[in-house]
Ligand binder design. Structure first.
Ligand code: NDP
Length: 781
């Protein structure tokens, strides 16, 4: 081709990256891999193969880990954990730093291997995946260094089982392993069957970095190996990234096991373009939103919402841009769109698009290689919001689009999904952008940008996109727990008796739903006796209908979530003041109910607790993360929504206040199921709420059998989180039921808590009562 011809066509020439070093590394390993357990390799088997999706060639033979091998990996991690934690923050920081340095040193080898194994363009693996993985290790070397000073009350969770998908193999490994190790945990990690090679190269790096044996263990294989990890009794925590269906199965399988769990699941993230947006930038942003990694990105901007007035112009420009995308050999540095990970995924994408009969489908007018797993960038316009492709994750280079008229409609359409992972919005009007961003149901929002990630900013979702954050300070809580060993909580049973009432007047309490005292749907109440058998009154027996009414009332009170911290603080102080005015009466009541003498102390502590959360209401601030862009990532703390809570049985007033106060201080609405054996302190307490300006529906109080109410409350689709500190261990039913809509759960697993002491209040409660939304705002002309 002559220079004149090049100028005329402006075509790129091929610029292939050499695969030689990466292929040589595979050959050096014998082109077959075993498991990496306790710092050693097991003998390789040829159970399955890793293939290059761009040309179908086999890269290496891999072994499917057996149950014995998984057991050995867990045992090695268990053995190594105490010493690794005792090494201290500085000692661990040095190891993490060494890993980061080695990742940097071998960056090109990792990038090429990743592209060979996964099919993603080398530009992406070289410039995004591998640098971000390095950054994660550097950042968490710093976290290890700071942990003892900054998180003095926290300790490692123990052995972590980590299961990752195929779309960002090394990066997901880094997101999981770096914070776990930094906080003193050890890990057993399973990469996805399609893409294990960079994890195996990483194992090699761990050896080179002198990481103590057993701290990192890598086991390969398919979902069956994942199941062995989730089912293993000696694993303390599971961290999973992948599909919502498997996430739900893991939640169900681990229910009641005491394992902590974080889930980073799918998404159908909206990409909202307002009519005042910089259209060319928004089009270029879309290339990164949906054609980055062939659209196989959990937070891909896969649902385009364009303001009606500019829609046709926008679509025309977009189609023209799509036609300019270059599809082909992922190792070519000029390629925009590489290969889909595997023929199975290619078939899934093909079938999903083929099954759609609505709207207009536009496949980009591009050359498609004759061989390999390639799918053209595709735009489907004119779909109804309820269309299957508008709702379901395609996980391929397919963008679906619809229009909206007003910002309010944009928010409604954006939130019309069961997911809540990420969102992008484009507008040159900062007021509009910053008004809309907090209204989007998503863990991450990018303003005039998309797919920005950094170790300093937490990433993760809500709703069926899962829970927990990876990155930032917020990500560390997934790998730490409070210091000390909790004592088991003995079940507390109600007193019985046959003595008459102390007060001849009927003292039948009611439920408190939507700001009103209501009779229970069941029509039944139960006698509540004191220790000496005296009848103290009757408490209603709530049923699932009452739960539904309470959830509806809490849902209707959503204005509470938009109030200021200052207002919420005032109301909490007012509750404290009104409780204080009746403190003697409450103290007597508690003593009569529990047969103890700590009533006065309990009321006093409850008043202090109300003050504590009144104080926190306007002080539990977010953060501006120092991410390496020209801009900021604002970590905003938002209420979780509707929280259902089973109150402690042992401290009938203080326990209830200890759950209610942080929940409502942070803007949540609460459904509180009172102490089961001693419910009458709670039913007296609603009179305090009635006189304290608490809006109807913000606090709802039910009484009844915890075990009967756990299922309907935890299974309700409009409840966003469930907590239990009941002396009946409700971990299993709550965690199982929470799997339906993947709501957050916080359960005591049968462990006691000192409600009178420091453990009864503080940041753990505030954290459970909030979601963190990271809003990325690049700036500059
Ligand atoms: P999966 O959720 O099936 O896989 C994620 C990881 O979990 C893999 O390591 C997988 O193993 C493992 N796994 C599979 N089944 C189980 C199980 N029962 N218990 C424990 N671990 C298990 O996702 P896929 O890779 O199959 O992709 C399917 C769909 O999931 C995609 O089309 C996409 O929609 C979505 N997805 C979402 C991702 C995200 O980041 N949110 C990432 C990847 C996929 P193995 O792959 O070896 O079988």
């Amino acid at each position: 081709m002559t220079i004149k011809e090049i100028f005329e066509t402006m075509d790129y020439g091929p610029a292939p990256e050499s695969a030689a070093d990466a292929l040589a590394w595979i050959v050096d390993q014998g082109a077959a891999f075993g498991q990496y357990i306790d710092g050693q390799w097991t003998a390789p088997r040829k159970d399955f193969q890793s293939r290059n999706p761009a040309n179908g060639e086999t890269l290496a033979d891999l072994s499917q880990a057996s149950q014995d091998e998984v057991n050995a990996a867990v045992a090695a991690a268990r053995k190594a954990q105490p010493k690794w934690e005792r090494l201290g923050g500085h000692g661990r920081a040095k190891h993490l730093y060494a890993i980061a340095r080695l990742l940097q040193k071998h960056a090109r080898l990792f990038a090429v291997l990743e592209t060979l194994d996964n099919g993603k363009p080398i530009r992406e693996s070289r410039d995004i995946d591998i640098p971000l993985a390095q950054r994660h290790f550097y950042f968490h070397a710093g976290m290890a260094q700071l942990a003892e000073a900054e998180l003095p009350d926290q300790q490692a969770i123990g052995v972590c089982g980590q299961i990752i998908p195929w779309n960002f193999p090394l990066l997901m490994l880094a997101w999981k392993i770096a914070p776990a190790l930094a906080m003193g945990n050890t890990v057993v990690l399973k990469p996805a069957e399609y893409t294990s090679l960079t994890a195996l190269l990483f194992a090699d790096i761990c050896t080179q970095a002198g990481l103590p044996a057993g701290v990192v263990n890598i086991v390969t294989g398919d979902g069956a190996v994942g199941e062995m990890i989730t089912a293993h009794d000696d694993i303390d925590k599971i961290a999973f990234t992948g599909s919502t269906d498997v996430g739900r199965a893991i939640r169900t399988a681990t229910a009641g096991s005491g394992k902590s769990l974080t889930l980073e699941l799918g998404g159908k993230s909206p990409y909202i373009v307002f009519d005042d947006a910089d259209i060319d930038s928004a089009i270029e942003g879309l290339v990164d939103a949906i054609w980055f990694n062939q659209g196989q990105v959990c937070c891909a901007g896969s649902r385009l919402l364009v303001q009606e007035g500019i829609a046709n112009r926008f679509y025309d420009k977009l189609r023209a841009r799509m036609d300019g995308l270059r599809l082909g050999n992922p190792l070519d540095k000029c390629i925009d769109v590489g290969a889909v990970v595997d023929p199975v995924q290619l078939q899934t994408i093909t079938d999903m698009v083929a099954s759609n009969t609505e709207g207009q489908t536009y496949p980009a007018n591009v050359d498609i290689p004759a061989e390999g797993c390639f799918y053209p960038p595709t735009l489907i316009t004119g779909l109804a919001p309820s269309a299957r492709l508008m709702q379901e994750e395609i996980f391929g280079p397919v963008l679906v689009a619809t229009t909206f008229r007003t910002p309010g409609e944009a928010v409604a359409l954006a939130n019309n999904t069961r997911y809540g992972l990420a969102a992008s919005l484009w507008s040159e009007n900062v007021n509009l952008a910053l008004d809309v961003a907090p209204k989007l149901a998503a863990g991450v929002v990018w303003v005039n940008a998309t797919n920005l990630f950094d170790a300093a900013a937490g990433f993760g979702g809500l709703r069926e996109s899962g829970y927990g954050r990876e990155g930032g300070w917020e990500g560390l809580s997934a790998y730490t727990k409070a210091k000390g060993t909790a004592k088991p909580l003995k079940p507390i049973t109600a007193f019985s008796g046959d003595k008459g009432p102390t007060d001849p007047l009927d003292r039948t309490a009611k439920l408190y739903i939507g700001g009103k005292q209501t009779r229970p749907d069941s029509g039944y109440s139960q006698n509540i006796h004191g220790r000496n058998g005296t009848l103290l009154g009757q408490a209603p027996i709530a049923n699932r209908k009452d739960i539904r009414n309470a959830v509806e009332a809490a849902g209707a009170a959503k204005g509470w979530s938009a109030t200021t911290g200052h207002l919420r603080a005032q109301i909490l102080y007012y509750i404290a003041e009104n409780l204080s005015a009746r403190s003697d009466e409450f103290a007597h009541r508690i003593n009569a109910l529990t047969g103890g003498r700590s009533g006065a102390k309990e009321v006093d502590t409850a008043i202090r607790r109300l003050f504590t959360y009144a104080a926190w209401a306007d002080k539990y601030d977010g953060q501006a993360h120092g991410v390496p862009i020209r801009g900021v990532a604002l970590a905003m703390k938002e209420p979780v929504g509707v929280i259902g809570a089973f109150c402690p049985d042992d401290a009938p007033l203080l326990g209830l206040v200890s759950l209610m106060a942080p929940a409502i201080a942070m803007g949540n609405r609460a459904i509180l199921v009172a102490s089961e054996p001693f419910p009458l302190a709670a039913t007296d307490f609603y009179q305090v709420l009635e006189t304290s300006d608490v809006p109807a529906g913000v606090v709802n109080i039910l009484t009844g059998a915890h075990a009967d109410l756990a299922k309907p409350l935890a299974g309700h689709m409009d409840v966003d989180a469930v907590w239990s500190f009941s002396s009946t261990n409700l971990a299993r039913p709550i965690e199982r039921e929470s799997a339906h809509n993947l709501k957050r759960s916080w359960v005591n697993n049968g462990a006691a808590r000192d409600w009178f002491g420091a453990a009864g209040e503080g940041r753990a409660f505030l954290q459970a009562a909030t979601e963190i939304k990271n809003i990325w705002i690049p700036y500059g002309e």
